[in-house]
Design a protein around this ligand. Structure first.
Ligand code: DMJ
Length: 584
């Protein structure tokens, strides 16, 4: 067999085959036919051939694309029809989230597939979609969220906080706090329009070029946490990019001489200072940012965020809080790195979420860091020994405080109710059954705190420890209500772990009280001045956590489907923003 070139530039072919003769005949005829046509006809023919080739290539390449696997920035969340059951996926960074369907197109349902862990962290993730409200109570909560959103949109859009009574707003960080804090709740509720509005505002308007001091902790848990959660729920890379920008600025807090960060940061100048009111940082403020920065590190591939913030816990672990067997004082100094001597020990304001993040970091890191678990277990033992008491005459269990580290005070902030959620969660992860008992008792006390003419809970309650008539009383200056989430958060966890429907009933009653006494007809809800007066005085402020936490936990608590955002795949930050659990 001999191979020759029939015509320079043509491909080689076998000249002896009958196919070769046929081909030459066809080509000769074509040449003849073509040479007898005029120029416009020839142009037309060439154009038609080129067009056909183009159409063919396009069809083929689309076919190829369809055969490719889903393109997802954060593989733990798989969106809608891109999921192919049982298949595992690898995907490139460039192809990532830009190709995802927009938030409002997300089909929300749980699918039981698992995806490859992303290179930068994650693992064990389930595919998550949301289906919206499943019953009338959930629908009512969704309506309430929308009512809050409408008020905020009308009178405060782009500002931090709605003042619903005066139909105006206030700014704290000037970062559209209510939008960013509330976005993931809108997504979880299946509110497509609200989620789209928030996403577009964050994308097009939100900037952190702000020459103002912001609180490192509050800005982290509300803004960074909100955006990281939105990133993980939607896969939109924009949220991650914004988070990196904000995280870089906020980490200026670590320009202190010790591993303990300063409390306040200038976002534009990237400078940081102690709080204006004193030399020390609050324990909770320096120890309640780690879930957010770890998520940022794992998603961005830059370990600095995680390393710097985790150093805070390593440092506290090293110096220890031995005088009270793992219970730490409420103040720590960013210059020296030391605790203030004899400061108050509490599970309320200034300390609360230290204990929450001891536990939740252990969960977030796939239960691989033993000393977190040990320190948490030790602290809970000490809490029981030093702070956990019951009232007279009806034995309401509560967690009091040690003033100046010494004097017992039977005072419990509403904030403390969070611990019932954390304790109950711990009981599912190897901590003693007693933790669940304590959680149920504290959860019940939190419910008792709502036993007021308005049905709302006060900021602080005091408990009676000597024979008397009333178990708990509320001082006039403690009687206000910011519509905080902690009691409802606790009932959400307790319901998940016990299935006892009384927790849903308690949540529903609290919701009805919010509707009755805090709703402002023109839009939004307001904090109130005294839970004991049905002749309500409004404080004219709607805190962003009403949308970020209170309505979210209500919605989740009241659902028929308690597998939404499963707690072995997701960990809720202290601001109620779900983040993925990693395997290390
Ligand atoms: C929220 O901002 C967070 O839960 C924080 O940890 C303390 N409490 C408020 C809401 O009450």
């Amino acid at each position: 067999m001999r191979l020759v070139r029939d015509d320079p530039g043509l491909p080689l072919y076998n000249t002896t085959s009958p196919k070769g003769h046929t081909f030459r005949r066809i080509r000769a005829r074509a040449r003849h036919w073509f040479s007898t046509r005029n120029t416009p006809t020839k142009a037309c023919i060439i154009f038609t051939i080129l067009l056909s080739i183009f159409v063919l290539i396009t069809i083929c390449s689309q076919g190829e694309a369809k055969r490719e696997q889903p393109i997802v920035e954060n593989p733990e969340i798989i969106i809608n029809e891109q999921v192919i059951a049982g298949q595992k996926t690898k995907h490139s960074k460039e192809e990532s989230a830009e190709n995802l369907k927009p938030v409002h197109d997300i089909d929300r349902q749980i699918v039981e597939d698992e995806m490859d862990a992303p290179e930068t962290g994650g693992g064990n993730e389930k595919i998550v979609k949301f289906t919206g409200p499943t019953n009338d109570r959930q629908k009512a909560v969704v309506k309430a969220f929308q009512h809050a959103w409408i008020g905020y949109k009308k009178y405060a859009w782009g500002h931090d906080t709605l003042k619903p009574v005066s139909k105006s707003y206030s700014d704290w960080f000037d970062t559209g706090l209510t939008i960013v804090d509330g976005l993931d709740t809108a997504i979880i509720m299946g509110l497509e329009d609200e989620a789209t509005e928030a996403t577009e505002w964050i994308q097009n308007t939100l900037t952190f070029e702000k020459d103002r001091m912001v609180n490192f902790f509050e800005c982290t848990i509300r803004v960074l946490g909100g955006m990281m959660s939105a990133f993980h729920l939607t896969g939109k890379k924009m949220f991650l990019e914004k988070s990196v920008d904000l995280g870089d600025r906020l980490l200026s807090a670590f320009k202190s001489p010790s591993p303990i960060p300063y409390s306040d940061v200038n976002l534009l100048k990237r400078t940081a200072t102690n709080p204006q009111w004193g030399a020390d940082s609050s324990l909770s403020e320096v120890t309640t940012v780690q879930l957010e920065y770890r998520a940022l590190s794992r998603a961005s591939g830059n370990s600095t965020y995680e390393d710097l913030t985790f150093n805070v816990f390593k440092h506290i672990h090293k110096i220890g809080c031995e005088t009270h067997e793992g219970l730490c004082g409420m103040f720590i100094n960013a210059n020296t790195g030391n605790f203030k001597k004899d400061s108050t020990i509490t599970f309320g304001a200034r300390s609360d979420s230290f204990y929450e993040y001891l536990f939740k970091q252990w969960i977030q890191t796939g239960k691989t860091i033993d000393w977190l678990k040990e320190d948490y277990g030790k602290a809970m033992k000490a809490m029981e020994k030093y702070l956990y008491r019951n009232s007279k005459p009806n034995k309401m269990f509560f967690i009091g405080e040690l003033l100046s580290g010494q004097t017992y005070s039977p005072k419990m902030d509403h904030l403390v109710c969070f611990i019932a959620g954390t304790l109950s969660q711990g009981s599912q992860h190897g901590f003693p059954r007693k933790h669940l008992d304590m959680a149920e008792k504290i959860g019940e006390t939190c419910h008792n705190m709502y036993d007021n003419p308005t049905g709302l809970g006060p900021e602080i309650a005091h408990f009676n420890m000597i024979p008397g008539k009333e178990d708990l009383y509320v001082k006039p200056l403690d009687a206000h209500c910011l519509l905080r989430p902690e009691a409802i958060e606790a009932w959400f966890y307790l319901y998940r772990f016990t299935g006892d429907k009384k927790y849903q009933e308690w949540g529903w009653s609290a919701f009805q009280a919010i509707e009755k006494y805090a709703r402002i007809p023109t839009g939004g809800y307001s904090s109130i001045s005294n839970v004991k007066q049905i002749n309500v005085r409004f404080r004219d402020s709607m805190e962003s956590f009403l949308l970020g936490e209170t309505f979210k936990y209500l919605y989740l608590l009241l659902g028929d489907d308690q597998t939404v955002l499963p707690l072995d795949k997701w960990v809720f930050t202290t601001e109620g923003h779900p983040l993925p659990i990693y395997d290390h």
